[in-house]
Structure formats: C-alpha cells, structure tokens
Design a binder for this molecule. Structure first.
Ligand code: COA
Length: 333
C-alpha cells in the first residue's frame, strides 16, 4: 500500500468559485501491468476513506476478488473529507477563515478533482470503476463524463439523483449539527455533540426495524438503559473520534446536489450515453436508496445488468455482504 498527498493549484467549482491550492490524499495497492490495463478505481462513501482494504474487506484484500496481485487499485479520499484531503476546518485554519466560508461543492466537483489526479497519474484506461452509496453517485457521474475511459462499472446501493427522502435525512442530520452551539467555531472538534446526534439519525437510515429489533432488544425487563440506546450512543462516539462535523456538513450537501441530469437534459438520456459494461447492485432492505433507484439506473444504461439481493443489513449491506457482491461481479464480468 502506498499513501500520498498531492497538491493542486486550483479547481473551478460548478458554482463558479475557484478553490485554490488544495490537496487530495490517496492510496494505491498493487502495481500496473505492462500496459496499465489493470486499474481499479474505488469511490468511497460519506464517512469512509482511501484505505479500501480496511473498510471493504472481503471484496478488497490479498485473497479477494480485487487484490493487489492482479490489479492496481486506487482510492482517493474525496475532496472535503477529513482523511488528508482538503477540508473545511483545516482550510479555514490555514487561511484564517470561518470554516463555513469553505465553498460548497457538488458531486461533479468531486469527480473533477478525481480527473485531476487521474491525469497526474497518467491513467488512460480504467478496468473497473466501483462505488457504493455516495461513492456510486461519483462513479455514475464520472462514467457519464468520460464514457471511453471505463471498461466496467459497478455501482451499488446508489441513485442517479439524490432523492427528496435522502436530502431530508441529510437535512435532519445537519439540523442536529447546527443545534450544537460550538458548530461554527475554529476547532476540529466543533459541533461534536451535534455530529453524534447526526450519526444516530443516519444509522436509522442505514439499517431497518428488523435489524434493530433482532440485535438490540433487551432480554431483561428494564425500564431504561436499553441496548438500543447504548448502541446509538456508541456509534456516535465512535464516529466523532474519526470524523468532524464540518466535513460531514459539506459532504452531505455534496450528496444532496447529486443529479446526473442537471442542465443536461433528462436523466434517461444522460444514462443512455454511459458506455462501460455496467453492473448495478441493489439491496432489497435498503431504506435510504430503495431498489427502484437502482432499477432506474439499470433500465437506462444500455449495457447494464441489475442484481438485487436480500440482506438483513439494509443500506449497510453494500459494506457487509461482500461475498454476495464478489459473486455478482465475478459472474457478470
Ligand atoms: N451498545 C454498545 N455498543 C454496541 C451495542 C450496544 N448495544 N451493540 C453493538 N455495539 C458495538 C459493537 O460491539 C461494535 O463495536 P466495534 O465497532 O467497536 O467493534 C459496533 O457497535 C458495531 O456493531 P454492529 O453495528 O452490530 O456491527 P455490524 O457488523 O453489524 O456492522 C459496520 C459493522 C461497520 C457496518 C457498522 O458498525 C457501521 O459502522 N455502520 C455504519 C456504516 C456506514 O457509515 N454506512 C453508511 C455508508 S453510506
């Protein structure tokens, strides 16, 4: 594994604002083959990072479908995230700004930043582009922008346009963050309590009724201190140790912006121009990105196949059900 941070001069954002002097952190695993024909590019989801071997074990690993013996694997910590790439709080500290003065950016801007890095690495062909959830949103956008770059595309638990339901969930989380009076101050832990509440809210959309009842029902007959409470608290505490409220704020807004058809005609027309051989994977219990959204993508990308599988884990199934995902990829490609 090799970790790098690269600096770039500027990125003209969809809003017209120019983001100057920014960095992108990324990791690579394995080596190029003689013709640089074995590149796998991974786009990660909301709070993940560039170490795909850590968070997508079972699909990425020495003995997994995507392994460093066969592939050169690249994963970039997306713009705005807090694992080494440019993010609101460190940018504000560096430039003596308010963290909320960081420019708003969209999924399209994130993809534009990936293009800068791809050009730097002189990668001309990508064998597999893969992403789930917000990572799938980036992958779809990129596959549209550069139809000849990608041979194969795998998108999981994602959509062509972020839904009103998804935006409402994100706004509920941002309201929790905003209610924390420390949010707005120039400190990495600003909004920490709000972020804990936001994570608790997000988890409800990542799982479902059945999973909570199965895993978090108390056996004794108590009247307080329920397991479900400590689960929600634990997950919030775990997140604030590795993430900050500003990155969460900006990335959730980028997610809201996702709309592959914006100012381009209909989403159907746009999806029809994607050339990569595409596998769309959905999870029947996913409340956040219901399978109609993957059905829509698959109906409109000419080469797409749709695979829906059952999982008790809801949206989180795209992180957990790696055996089913690997089988589907192996069978289709
Ligand atoms: N009280 C306190 N802690 C509890 C608990 C309870 N009642 N029940 C479980 N836990 C702890 C577990 O011990 C475990 O701790 P650890 O992470 O330190 O090992 C943690 O909560 C996770 O447990 P659980 O959710 O049951 O594990 P899982 O295997 O079903 O799921 C993850 C693993 C990583 C997918 C999940 O924990 C997670 O983080 N989900 C959110 C991921 C995400 O961001 N998804 C959306 C992407 S867009």
């Amino acid at each position: 594994m090799a970790s790098q941070i690269l600096n770039f001069k500027e990125l003209k954002l969809e809003s017209g604002t120019v983001l100057s002097d920014f960095s992108l952190a990324y990791e690579t695993f394995g080596n190029y083959d003689s013709e640089k024909n074995n590149v796998v590019w991974v786009c990660h989801a909301l709070t993940a990072n560039a170490d795909v071997f850590d968070w997508w074990k079972g699909l990425f690993g020495n003995n997994d479908f995507f392994n460093p013996k066969d592939y050169f694997i690249v994963c970039v910590n997306m713009l705005g995230s807090c694992y080494g790439s440019e993010q609101a709080i460190t940018y504000a500290i560096k430039n003596n700004l308010n963290p909320l003065d960081f420019p708003l950016f969209t999924i399209r801007d994130i993809v534009k930043s990936l293009e800068l890095l791809r050009n730097h690495l002189r990668i001309k062909k990508i064998k597999y582009l893969i992403g789930g959830s917000m990572g799938g949103q980036q992958a779809l956008e990129w596959a549209y922008l550069q139809p000849l770059l990608f041979e194969n595309l795998v998108v999981l638990a994602t959509n062509a346009r972020h839904s009103a339901w998804g935006i409402a969930f994100n706004e509920a989380q941002r309201l929790a963050i905003k209610a924390d009076q420390t949010f707005g101050s120039l400190a990495e832990n600003a909004g920490e309590k709000g972020l804990k509440a936001a994570r608790a809210c997000a988890l409800l959309s990542y799982r479902n009724y059945e999973m909570f009842v199965k895993m978090q029902t108390d056996e004794d007959e108590k009247t307080e201190n329920f397991k479900a409470i400590s689960y929600q608290q634990y997950q919030g505490e775990k997140l604030v140790k590795r993430f900050n409220a500003y990155s969460y704020w900006y990335l959730s807004k980028a997610m809201d912006s996702h709309h592959i058809g914006r100012n381009r005609g209909s989403m159907e027309e746009v999806l029809k121009t994607i050339k990569a051989k595409t596998l769309v994977i959905g999870i029947s219990s996913d409340l956040l990105f219901p399978i109609e959204e993957q059905q829509f993508i698959a109906d409109n990308i000419p080469t797409a196949k749709l695979v829906i599988f059952d999982s008790a884990y809801g949206h989180d199934g795209f992180l957990i059900e790696t055996q089913k995902i690997a089988n589907a990829i192996q069978q289709y490609f």
